[in-house]
Write a protein that binds this ligand. Structure first.
Ligand code: NOJ
Length: 599
């Protein structure tokens, strides 16, 4: 324990407050709803749109600005909706188009914007276009909508190139001709039931312009673009030597490491997100986004696109949010950071600076439906990073430490200027369901040898501690079993308890609004302690203690909100515990303009 407070002095401006016209997405906190697992209205154990509509007041009470809905379109659910068979309709398991309209209307009444998912890289194999393509001859217009190729080898028995699917196994599957003979191969960067579309074909481009207009006409406020870095493939579909390199890197654990920056220090901004190769981040994708930007502009300046693009380094990602392309891109470099002051400082600074070069808001995200929940990541020995799914036979996280750090990381995130994304359940402090038995896991990646899958972060939400399936479904059905301990995370068990994670999120979101942090600026405050990150956003001073030792707060700070209770000693000294973040106001002098600290 340090008896003396670390010296806190100079500030280094990183960015200035945003001026001019602000659109909602410049500063919004956007809550991701994974429809299957949010709330079930009809008792079949699968969440649905009426279930979401009935629970929208939870989101407005929480204090978010918008929700993003993962796909609810017609789909055989081979990848839980990321395999779309009809982009203009709702899958019966989720409801009807009228239910989607009702959800939009209710959300707008509550002042919530609605972002929907768009899945343009691939369709479902059940899409009428793919069925037509299978029935048509090689070279036909029907096949030109997808990526069909003849195989290599004397009889075409080898796949057209060596690409591997993100979900494991080859990225090509051979078709069978009507007469039973083996036919051409088609490309699927994901599951075999998710054939890649051919974005060199103008018909595809026209179709997606129309799909955008279809949902914009119904009133949606924006689109989250799935696999935004994958739609265009390198001309000629060349073999890629990188697969084996990536596998050996992953095996040696290098992927979880942070690359050394030019100056020799840790630079979180250079986190390798792994997606190199001729199937990713081709320059041609940007033309598509310029086109879509124009489509959205037909509906006014307040519509937005957010890119799901796992590209690095950050300047590559910034290309997706140039003024005439998308409005936002998920900041996965931040998500993949460890709970480490220097690394966080580096990735935050680089993110803000790089986005400033193109005038786009920076986004922040810690959890989503594809990654291990951050309350669990931070309780693992790695203390964060984009870790592999955890199973019952793996080393289990320290749940208490994970939640403590998760709250601290969230409070740090919500202090940052720009827009932030929350994933359903994180406001309850929900951990990953790491002990899900192997035989109930459903992620398609498992069958393809892609590991344990992502089910652990997709388990249905607990709403009521004492109700069947914790209030997820009136019948007690749940498509994935909920761990018994989810009862103590239930919303009704937390409401009104000032120490609960839920009430903590509410307070943080309200203050983020009150102090206009989303449109604020960022300055670093030098703290003479290696584990403590100090920053100022407007009047607010933020100290994130990533170490395990408590630190004494310097005088002149008035605590506003902390991720865990502060320790007050008899002599009046206040301590910020380890693995905790504090929001405070300066009671002497001005933060961010003048040196700050023991005057
Ligand atoms: C990214 C989505 O977030 C993920 O859930 C999905 O499996 C892939 N894209 C394929 O659509």
């Amino acid at each position: 324990m340090s008896a003396t407070a670390p010296a806190i002095c100079t500030t280094h401006p990183v960015s200035v407050p945003r001026t001019g016209t602000l659109q909602w997405w410049h500063t919004a906190v956007i809550y991701q709803v994974y429809p299957r697992s949010f709330a079930d209205s009809n008792g079949d154990g699968l969440g649905d749109l009426p279930g979401i509509t009935a629970r929208l007041s939870h989101l407005s009470r929480l204090g978010v600005d918008a929700l993003w809905l993962s796909p609810f379109y017609t789909s055989p659910q081979a990848d839980h909706g990321y395999d779309v068979a009809d982009y203009r309709d709702v899958d019966p398991i989720f409801g009807t188009l009228a239910d989607a309209d009702a959800l939009l209307e209710r959300a707008h009444q509550l002042g919530l914007r609605v972002v929907v998912d768009l899945v343009p890289n691939h369709t479902s194999d059940a899409h009428v276009w793919f069925q037509q393509a299978l029935a048509a001859a090689p070279g036909s217009p029907e096949r030109e909508r997808y990526m069909f190729r003849d195989g290599r080898g004397e009889a075409g028995e080898l796949p057209p190139n060596n690409w591997e699917s993100v979900f494991g196994g080859p990225a090509w599957t051979r078709t069978t001709n009507a007469d039973g003979t083996p036919g051409q191969w088609y490309l699927h960067i994901f599951d075999v039931r998710q054939p890649d579309l051919n974005w060199a074909n103008e018909e595809i481009r026209q179709e997606f312009r129309d799909v955008l207009r279809f949902w914009l006409d119904r009133g949606v406020d924006g689109f989250r673009v799935d696999v935004a870095h994958g739609m265009v493939k390198e001309e000629g579909l060349p073999d890629w030597a990188g697969h084996s390199a990536m596998i050996s890197e992953a095996e040696s654990g290098e992927h979880d490491e942070v690359a050394e920056s030019d100056d020799g220090g840790d630079d979180g901004a250079d986190v390798d997100l792994g997606n190199a190769g001729p199937m990713w981040n081709q320059p041609g994708v940007h033309e598509i986004y310029r086109d879509w930007h124009a489509v959205l502009a037909e509906y006014g300046a307040d519509k937005m696109l957010v890119a799901e693009a796992w590209v690095s380094p950050l300047p590559e990602l910034a290309k997706y949010v140039r003024p005439d392309e998308m409005q936002q891109a998920f900041n996965f470099a931040f998500l993949a950071s460890h709970w480490h002051a220097d690394e966080l400082r580096s990735v935050i600074e680089h993110s803000v600076q790089v986005n400033d070069t193109v005038g786009a808001p920076t986004t922040w995200v810690l959890s989503n439906h594809d990654v291990v929940r951050h309350a669990t990541r931070f309780g693992l020995p790695s203390a964060g990073g984009n870790v592999e799914p955890v199973g019952p036979d793996d080393l289990q996280p320290d749940v208490e430490l994970g939640l403590r750090r998760a709250r601290a990381a969230t409070l740090l995130m919500l202090a940052l200027p720009g827009s932030a994304y929350l994933y359903q359940g994180e406001e309850l402090g929900l951990p990953e369901a790491t002990r899900l038995p192997f035989d109930v896991r459903q992620d398609p990646t498992i069958a393809r040898g892609g590991g344990l899958g992502r089910d652990g972060c997709r388990v249905p939400l607990p709403w009521e501690a004492d109700a069947p399936s914790f209030g997820f479904s009136a019948t007690g059905e749940s498509w994935l079993p909920q761990p018994q301990e989810y009862g103590r995370y239930a919303l009704d068990a937390q409401k009104g308890d000032p120490a609960s994670t839920y009430e903590f999120y509410r307070r943080a979101l309200r203050m983020r609004r009150d102090y206009a942090l989303g449109s604020g600026g960022l300055a670093w405050i030098d703290v003479d302690h290696p584990d403590v990150l100090g920053l100022a956003n407007g009047e607010l001073v933020v100290l994130a203690n990533t170490g395990s030792e408590q630190i004494r707060l310097p005088e002149g700070l008035e605590p506003l909100l902390s991720s865990i209770q502060l320790d007050q000693h008899g002599d009046g000294a206040i301590f910020l515990p380890g693995d905790a973040t504090l929001w405070a106001l300066r009671t002497r002098g001005e933060v961010g303009r003048k040196p700050f600290g023991p005057d």
